[in-house]
Ligand binder design. Structure first.
Ligand SMILES: *Cc1c(COP(=O)(O)O)cnc(C)c1O
Length: 481
């Protein structure tokens, strides 16, 4: 609906924008001391603008709050080589879930001891790469993987430290959690069903594996500690059972990530100090009750470390008013750089950031440029009445699961990531080009003509160059067992 509202065009909403974001008197946003109109002129749009100081401050806050714990940054939220280096410099650990993420860590010499590798279907090639690099911990996720990893470690002549991924039957959702009796999901070993205890026994029976603890991850975008509390209760219960059954007190308990952030001003995320205080107290209490020494706690924030550090900068291309229905404001990106709106029906805000705009605003639908009517960047956002082509619009809280989930749908090049800090800007992931988009395609001219025009050559089959080995491919898993 095209409703006219009183001025919604004031200061920046709290919690939503990167720490160094400022609006000047002319309504121009700057981040890290860089005006967004200058950034757009230099680097183009759409672009992810990442506030480096904001990330480093968050990293330091997590390390302080969880001083005696292990803080793993969950690389799947956003990862590139420079960012992995920052994670290292800030003294965080890094959790990866594919050979590709591991390759990023390796490429910058990320200390292997501080890596954790999880995932429900790691290939033998990926396990080999991880063992070879000396990855500190691997979270085993299935019985077949325990055997595979034991064989890989034995062949490499190492004793690999592992965590057992447990499904504690707690499912967190935004603003709530449910405790499920039946753990119906692909990750981990069911606690209630007894698989977790069996997995522990299976790992303990392997000479090439050293069981150091348990691992759980109950969900994402969590706003309170109730779910973590129940998970901690159940996980400590399993630790006690392991002591009773096997006479071992496991030294580590990783409770995963999932702390929520604000996407709109309606979200009120928990602070990291509060989370740490409650989590540490909860585990301490549970361990005291079970007569167990308190294990070293691990946490794996992804979104909470990077989500709020970044805004997506778009240029407005068209404004289409459907009288009595709504106004569509189209930007030069969309579901290829933000899949969360269409995938999860996620909520976002947006604001005009290249000028002040009219003092009255109307509610519009911010849409992308893709050939999909569900290609919405943000539903029901309030933009000044005079928003027009050429304006820059920014969407905050787009640092987590945006660039990392970006696609080339419609052969759209993925945007760059521009790190800003103290009045300077650096490209840490460059924009894709049309050449990049064509790079993987065989040139039909190289494939040769088909003998029978009715049966054209199949692309790939007759290509001159052989396919390179793919260590991430599923075939590796079939070779092993
Ligand atoms: C996705 C994931 C995380 C990070 O989740 P956030 O919601 O981004 O904090 C941490 N641990 C594991 C195992 C995950 O799969």
């Amino acid at each position: 609906m095209s409703e006219t509202e009183p001025t919604a065009v004031t200061g920046l909403e709290e919690n939503l924008w990167p720490a160094t974001a400022r609006l000047d008197a002319g309504g121009v946003l700057s981040i890290g001391g860089m005006r967004v109109d200058a950034l757009a002129a230099e680097f183009g749009t759409p672009a992810f603008v990442l506030d480096e100081a904001d990330f480093r401050a968050r990293a330091a806050a997590w390390r302080r709050a969880f001083a005696e714990c292990d803080v793993y940054y969950a690389g799947k939220a956003f990862l590139c080589r420079t960012f992995a280096r920052w994670v290292d410099e800030e003294g965080l650990r890094l959790d990866v879930c594919t050979g590709g993420e591991l390759a990023v860590a390796r490429s910058v010499g990320f200390p292997a001891e501080r890596l954790l590798f999880h995932g429900n279907n790691k290939s033998v090639g990926e396990l080999q790469a991880a063992v070879q690099y000396g990855v500190g911990r691997i979270a085993v996720d299935s019985f077949v993987e325990i055997e595979r990893l034991a064989a890989v470690a034995a062949a490499a002549g190492v004793r690999q430290r592992v965590l057992v991924r447990v499904t504690p039957g707690v499912e967190a959702h935004t603003h709530s959690y449910v405790s499920t009796g039946q753990e119906d999901q692909k990750f981990g070993f069911s606690l209630a069903g007894g698989a977790a205890a069996q997995a522990v026994a299976a790992v303990l029976a392997e000479d090439s594996l050293e069981l150091v603890g348990l691992h759980a991850h109950i969900g994402s975008q969590i706003f309170d500690t109730a779910g973590f509390g129940l998970a901690a209760h159940r996980m400590v219960g399993l630790l006690a059972r392991i002591r009773d059954d096997h006479g071992v007190e496991l030294p580590e308990l990783d409770l995963g990530g999932g702390l929520g952030i604000a996407y709109t001003s309606e979200d009120a995320p928990l602070g990291v100090d509060e989370l740490a205080e409650r989590l540490i107290a909860l585990v301490g209490k549970e361990c005291a009750a079970a007569g167990l020494p308190v294990p070293r706690l691990g946490v794996e924030p992804g979104r909470a470390l990077v989500g709020s550090t970044t805004v997506t900068l778009y240029a407005v291309g068209t404004v289409k008013e459907l009288p009595g229905l709504r106004t569509f404001v189209s930007v030069d990106g969309g579901m290829s750089d933000n899949i969360r709106t269409s995938l999860y029906d996620a909520r976002y805000t947006a604001r005009l950031v290249s000028r002040a705009g009219a003092s009255t605003a109307h509610v519009v639908t911010l849409v992308g440029r893709h050939c999909e009517s569900g290609d919405v960047v943000a539903h029901d956002v309030s933009l000044p009445d005079d928003v027009r082509p050429g304006d820059l619009v920014a969407v905050p809280a787009s640092g987590a699961y945006h660039r990392s989930m970006a696609s080339n749908y419609n052969h759209v090049a993925r945007p760059p990531v521009i790190a800003v800090r103290d009045g300077s800007a650096r490209v840490i992931v460059r924009r894709e080009t049309e050449d990049d988009l064509l790079r993987l395609d065989a040139d039909p001219a190289d494939l040769g003509g088909a003998a029978d025009p009715a049966r054209p050559a199949r692309p790939g089959v007759r290509a001159g160059s052989a396919e390179p080995a793919n260590p991430q491919g599923s075939t590796g898993a079939q070779v092993a067992r």
